[in-house]
Design a protein around this ligand. Structure first.
Ligand code: UN1
Length: 504
């Protein structure tokens, strides 16, 4: 728990270990940072883009040189197993690698005019000041998906990290600053959610923000979308998911089980791309369920500095919501498996083979819930914890209904050996991301990342596609005819014989 006025983080695998404490900013501090950003942005936008790209290059090198210490801090502050934490830091480096060259592109187009002696052009223009609010499950990689392209495009950024990852907020901010960003171009404001919302509201009112980027829950995303909409802005929203995995009767079941294990239980199911429901063909359902149950029962869980499938819940609030709300969605027609208990792992509710001391941190049992049906609340609620639903289907239409019925549309997967199934699934699934014979998690840093429906407003991050979030297209026409040429009116037509018909 945080004292009033302080943001305090504790190691969720060892609650005795206080990681960091920092004063909590108020809304006025957030607005002041936006004002500083507004003042700093024009000079940054006027800095040649290749030089901005050079700053991104340096940031990538500095992060790479600090890879182990930043990954150790990820493990300590949110309990992500160390190899995954290293992968998370690598994702920042990959993002910098991708965008450092964009400083030498940021291409616009030359476009022909419908009139002579006239040329048309397009330019990418930075949006201005971006306020970025991120979650703590990917406390450094996901922020970099916003910060790197926003800065490269010539925007100033005010970043609010998760209030339970203040050390990582400060550390990532310091690494970016070391890359040579001018004052005011990037500010880190450590504040809680309601304060940040109030700060964004006020800054929008004062015209200090041009773009909001938000990664978090669909409920908060909806509020941010409504707020931005009132200011005629469209935010970049990356929200929740109920990511389906369809297992066809021709699937390689071992591969599918491996994908379900990583996608469903990696990061203790606290990724927005985590597997929600495995939707399994009735001919292989029992076999798949038996193999998945055996794999989950055998998986090492516990101390994230050891070789484990997953560590603790990242914060008390996630543990409470998982135990009090999400596990509550299990009904009589469901069957529960995967562990020696359900809920929080304690010495009274032990997990066989637990690695370390369960009482030291916020650990929960993995839970497989089979017998899930399309109308179950469990089939339609993001459970954000180590819980995977299993549903059975007979024909493909049923599988698609289960895959799309919840209204989320972030990630999805199909396991099959038949290209026709894979292509039909791609066409009909509502998700923004589709994996074939790969898990719902583990997007690469240069493909568009984002969702539809309850998962977001259609915005995409990563790769060249995120440039549309942080720049606006400006078109220019340049007439050198020396006379006013009116579009659509002063355009020569082509003489054609429209009555011409073949006489064959
Ligand atoms: C998230 O959970 O917000 O694809 C992002 C993945 C990671 C990113 C997840 N590379 O699972």
């Amino acid at each position: 728990m945080s004292a009033p006025g302080q943001l305090i983080s504790r190691n969720p695998a060892d609650l005795q270990d206080q990681v960091f404490a920092t004063p909590a900013a108020d809304a006025a501090t957030f607005v002041a940072a936006c004002r500083d950003a507004r003042a700093a942005q024009p000079a940054w936008a006027a800095t040649p883009a290749p030089r901005r790209g050079r700053a991104i290059q340096q940031i990538g090198r500095i992060v790479e040189a600090n890879k182990e210490s930043l990954a150790r801090l990820v493990t300590r502050e949110i309990g992500k197993p160390y190899p995954e934490a290293l992968g998370e830091v690598q994702e920042i480096v990959d993002t910098c690698d991708f965008f450092l060259g964009e400083g030498r592109r940021l291409y616009g187009q030359t476009v022909p005019s419908e009139m002579p002696d006239k040329q048309l052009f397009t330019f990418r223009v930075p949006v201005g000041v971006a306020a970025i609010v991120t979650a703590g499950n990917f406390p450094v990689a996901v922020p970099s998906w916003y910060l790197v392209p926003a800065l490269l495009c010539g925007n100033a950024v005010v970043w609010k990290p998760a209030d339970y990852t203040p050390a990582l907020g400060q550390a990532l901010g310091d690494l970016f600053q070391a890359g040579g960003l001018p004052d005011g171009v990037l500010s880190v404001v450590q504040a809680d959610g309601p304060t940040t919302f109030a700060g964004i509201e006020q800054a929008l009112e004062e015209g200090l923000i041009d773009k909001v980027g938000f990664t978090g829950s669909s409920a908060v995303g909806r509020e941010i979308g409504a707020l931005c909409g009132r200011h005629l802005q469209s935010p970049c929203l990356e929200l929740g998911g109920k990511n389906p995995m369809v297992v066809m009767d021709d699937a390689d079941l071992d591969l599918a089980v491996e994908g379900a294990l990583f996608g469903g239980f990696g990061t203790a199911g606290q990724r927005c791309t985590s597997l929600g429901t495995a939707i399994v063909h009735e001919r292989v359902h029992d076999d798949f369920l038996a193999r998945l149950t055996a794999a989950v029962e055998a998986a090492p869980i516990g101390d994230p500095t050891q070789d484990v499938l997953y560590g603790p819940m990242i914060h008390q609030r996630f543990l409470d919501r998982f135990v009090d709300e999400h596990l509550d969605l299990v009904r009589d027609h469901h069957t529960v498996g995967g562990s020696t208990g359900v809920g929080r792992i304690t010495s009274a509710n032990p997990r066989a083979g637990f690695v370390g001391d369960p009482e030291a941190g916020l650990f929960v049992h993995p839970t497989i819930v089979s017998g899930v049906r399309i109308d179950d609340e469990l089939a339609n609620t993001e459970t954000f914890g180590p819980l995977v639903g299993v549903a059975r289907f007979g024909d493909f239409d049923e599988a698609i209904a289960l895959a799309n019925g919840h209204g989320y549309g972030l990630s999805s997967a199909i396991y099959t050996r038949d290209a026709v199934h894979a292509l039909r699934f791609r066409e009909r699934v509502s998700a923004g991301m589709v994996s074939v014979n790969n898990s719902t998690s583990g997007a690469e840093a240069h493909l568009p990342f984002g969702g539809n429906g309850r998962s977001g407003n259609g915005s995409r991050q990563s790769g060249i596609w995120v440039l549309d979030q942080f720049t606006r297209w400006q078109s220019m026409n340049w007439d050198y005819a020396g006379k006013l040429q009116k579009a659509q009116m002063d355009v020569d037509d082509v003489d054609a014989d429209l009555d011409f018909r073949l006489r064959w």
